[in-house]
Design a protein around this ligand. Structure first.
Ligand code: GLC
Length: 800
């Protein structure tokens, strides 16, 4: 196989000396004596794109990843030259191109080297398939660390790892597997407290080596296609992530119910079982918003059909569940059963929509329904056809969300567990083989599903979830990490994977809580729920082969504790929804790993147990059995222990108590946290009073709260409120000011404000600059609580 070893270097070809270069608008094209061309495009002041063609012939410039709405444009582009180099300078970075061999180097404007080519671009001709294996190697700097790459089940910091991207169905996957369900060829490098990102937009099998083979070398390469990558300068990791997310897109706001607790199993059937499950949640007063139907709801696993023995009247059942506050989500896989009497098979055959082998026969493979054919989702016509099929499920039956699975694509009982490489695809008019289309097949299926669900659920918002995806797939779907295992190691992996996905543009993700394969102990289930309620997507799912995984199955103690944590999630829904808004609006990930939060603090570079949820919560899951607490790192700053308000000065590691009914949670000083009352499902209650938990700080801190209708599109017409709370804390006074942007008429009437950590006793108050008595604002001394009108603009509490 292809590696970057010195040995194989012998087979490599390299650009020779530069003979000419030419600027064309935002792009500069460099040509070498041996015919290699490099086009460098200034996408933004802090983002350059590099494309190489070995014989001067570029491919059609087409990408599934890049978002049409990305910000594009720069303010400065200076092209200069000296004897040795050509220089491209923007307002934020400099790129140096060597005349001798076209190797490049990136600098910041203080001339600090950020990244430079080692061998740089090189390639190997592919005699078997045509085209090239395209390769890039860079020098890694002293103390450099690496993050990103989507769902890889390995340590958060990727230094020392070699990983590859080939979407793979991995039942009960093991730690450190190089390939999993998704392909996100994007990583972040961090050295000298400065960060940059590389997005290698190539859908062939891609490989990444982070100082694994050679200590100071980072390389990436692909089995075909173009060397086509983006260099994204920070210098903050946060900036790299938001720029990458802007480049590849973010989703629209999901309906709020999608952020509730979801319950799934392979499979809940027949109807009576589903109803019993629903009753289980309500009887146990355990909040839940969605129930999932896995493959057994279908007739012989035929997509878009129902097994009428199990579900005689799906529409009625779905409606009844909805009346009880449950949304029903149904699975749809890509395999279409070969059965002439099955309409979708017959129709797809007639329209020639199924994938074919190189010489013409259909791509046949076994999945759950037996022998299947597979729609070519890389064909826009097929995507539209597929989208239209959701009419029955969504518009006619009332299903509220769709779960796409097996779309790596997974095929059973064949070597490689996927399509053979010769299978042909449309690739939106850029016809190619499966070598190129494999890694985006799942994303294009999810895209077709998203379009369909969106169309038929209108005027509500769609909810979709997919297992396989590629960079940019976050525009179309949420995701989960696939078939994990009920083990402590997998709980650790869950934590790492969801943080990693967040850094890779995919914030809306979660794991099969409790583990898909095998059965968790009550303790493991509890600890996993504690973590899972802080993941943007929160669903219990299991294979069902190994016993039950409903929260009440593990006994009273586990039920009570897990309920307490799920209730906490429901209380924090306005906070989570606000974080989601910031993700959709500003490309900010919902979970922030510690290195994202404070990259200057080297303590954070190798730590990933702890993370920031939204902007103000520090969370650290318990990942071991039989413990009453753990050591964890508290990042710099002052933090309140969520459970007892004890204040801790960060920048150090410490022991935090966490018996089974607790976990380490801290709130950043100065934070104002919006909270709802506990509900059994989203919008069960018409909420007229919002709780605001104010964590005193000596100084200033802003917090925001976003509100809208929780569903639908009115928010796009300005019907939302973005409330900014400005806290100013002094030794004997606290001021909270509210500024509201937006025109949404909220149901809120009052705000119940609770003060934490006030260093003084409240003696007097003013609201909107008028003195008021403490009684008139309902001051309760014991709980340090007052009640204000929702539209207050200025609150002052004073110790005299
Ligand atoms: C795959 C999915 C899993 C699902 C099962 C049956 O293994 O990853 O979530 O339950 O297929 O559809």
């Amino acid at each position: 196989m292809i590696t970057n070893t010195e040995l194989e270097k012998k087979g490599n070809l390299f650009p020779s000396k530069l003979v000419s270069y030419e600027q064309n608008g935002d792009s500069i094209c460099f040509t070498s004596e041996n015919g290699v061309q490099l086009i460098i495009t200034v996408v933004r002041d802090s983002m350059l794109r590099f494309r190489y063609a070995t014989d001067g012939i570029f491919e059609n410039d087409f990408s599934y990843a890049i978002d049409e709405d990305q910000s594009h444009g720069y303010s400065v582009l200076d092209l200069t030259e000296d004897e040795e180099f050509i220089w491209i300078t923007t307002e934020q970075i400099k790129c140096r191109i060597n005349r001798v061999d076209m190797r490049t180097a990136m600098f910041d404007l203080e001339d600090q080297l950020i990244l430079q080519d080692e061998l740089g671009f090189h390639w190997e001709e592919s005699f078997e398939f045509g085209g090239n294996y395209v390769k890039m190697s860079k020098n890694s700097m002293d103390g450099e660390n690496f993050y990103g790459l989507g769902d890889k089940p390995t340590t958060f910091n990727l230094k020392g790892k070699r990983l590859s991207n080939w979407n793979t169905d991995q039942y009960a996957f093991g730690k450190d597997l190089p390939e999993l369900y998704k392909t996100i060829p994007f990583y972040i490098g961090l050295h000298s407290a400065k960060a940059y990102g590389i997005f290698f937009d190539n859908t062939f099998k891609t490989h990444f080596d982070f100082c694994h083979e050679r200590r100071h070398i980072t390389s990436f390469w692909a089995d075909g296609g173009e060397m086509n990558y983006y260099f994204i300068y920070g210098p903050k990791i946060a900036e790299v992530v938001t720029k990458y997310t802007n480049l590849t897109g973010r989703p629209e706001l999901p309906p709020m119910w999608a952020l509730g607790y979801h319950q799934s199993k392979w499979s809940y059937y027949p109807e009576a079982k589903v109803k019993e499950l629903a009753a289980g949640f309500r009887d146990n007063k355990f909040p839940c918003d969605a129930l999932y139907l896995d493959i057994d709801y279908m007739d012989g696993f035929r997509c878009f059909t129902w097994n009428k023995d199990y579900f005689p009247e799906p529409k009625r059942m779905v409606e009844e569940l909805e009346d009880d506050g449950f949304k029903t989500v149904a699975i749809i896989d890509p395999g279409i059963k070969i059965d002439e009497k099955y309409e979708i098979f017959a129709d797809g055959l007639e329209k020639d929509y199924f994938c074919k082998r190189a010489d013409g026969p259909y791509m046949r493979g076994k999945v759950w329904p037996g022998n299947c054919v597979f729609p070519d989702f890389t064909n826009p016509e097929v995507r539209e056809w597929w989208a239209d099929h959701y009419k029955t499920l969504i518009a006619e039956t009332g299903i509220k969300g769709v779960w796409n699975d097996m779309n790596e694509p997974a095929v059973m009982e064949v070597p490689g567990k996927t399509f053979p490489l010769d299978v042909r695809h449309d690739y939106d008019g850029n016809r190619c083989s499966h070598r190129k289309a494999h890694n985006i097949y799942g994303m294009q299926m999810a895209r077709a599903t998203y379009e369909g669900v969106k169309k038929y659920i209108f005027p509500k918002r769609p909810f979709t979830i997919t297992r396989a995806s590629y960079s940019g797939g976050q525009r179309f779907s949420s995701t989960w990490t696939g078939d994990n295992l009920a083990s402590w190691e997998h709980l650790w992996l869950a934590n790492t994977q969801i943080q990693r996905l967040g850094m890779s543009g995919f914030s809306f993700s979660g794991t099969d809580i409790g583990g898909f394969a095998d059965q968790p102990t009550g303790e493991l289930f509890t600890r996993w729920i504690q973590l899972g309620v802080f993941h943007p997507f929160c669903r219990v799912h299991s294979s069902g082969d190994h016993g039950e995984q409903e929260p009440w199955y593990f006994g009273e103690e586990v039920l009570d504790i897990t309920r307490k944590f799920v209730e906490l999630r429901y209380q924090l829904l306005p906070y989570l929804y606000t974080a989601f808004y910031q993700y959709c609006e500003d490309n900010v990930p919902i979970l922030k790993p510690l290195v994202y939060f404070d990259q200057e603090d080297v303590q954070t570079h190798y730590r990933a147990d702890e993370f920031i949820f939204g902007n103000h919560f520090l969370v650290c899951p318990i990942q071991e059995p039989n413990v009453q607490g753990r050591r964890m790192y508290i990042p710099r700053g002052r933090w309140y222990n969520f459970w007892n308000d004890a204040v801790i000065e960060g920048g150090k590691e410490l022991w935090v108590d966490a018996a089974l009914d607790s976990m380490p949670i801290f709130v950043k000083e100065g934070a104002i946290i919006p909270k709802y009352p506990v509900q059994q499902y989203v919008d069960e209650l018409e909420i007229e009073e919002l709780s605001l938990d104010v964590y005193y700080k000596n100084g200033k801190q802003n917090s925001v709260y976003y509100e809208d209708d929780h569903d639908g599109y009115d928010y796009k017409m300005g019907l939302f409120n973005l409330r900014t709370f400005k806290l100013t804390g002094k030794s004997k006074e606290i001021i909270v000011q509210q500024h509201v942007a937006g025109t949404y008429e909220s149901n809120l009437k009052t705000m119940k404000v609770t003060f934490h950590g006030l260093p003084f006793e409240i003696k007097s108050a003013s609201v909107n600059n008028e003195d008021v008595s403490l009684e008139s604002i309902g001051y309760d001394k014991e709980s340090n609580t007052i009640i204000l009108q929702e539209n207050f603009t200025d609150l002052r509490l004073i110790s005299e």
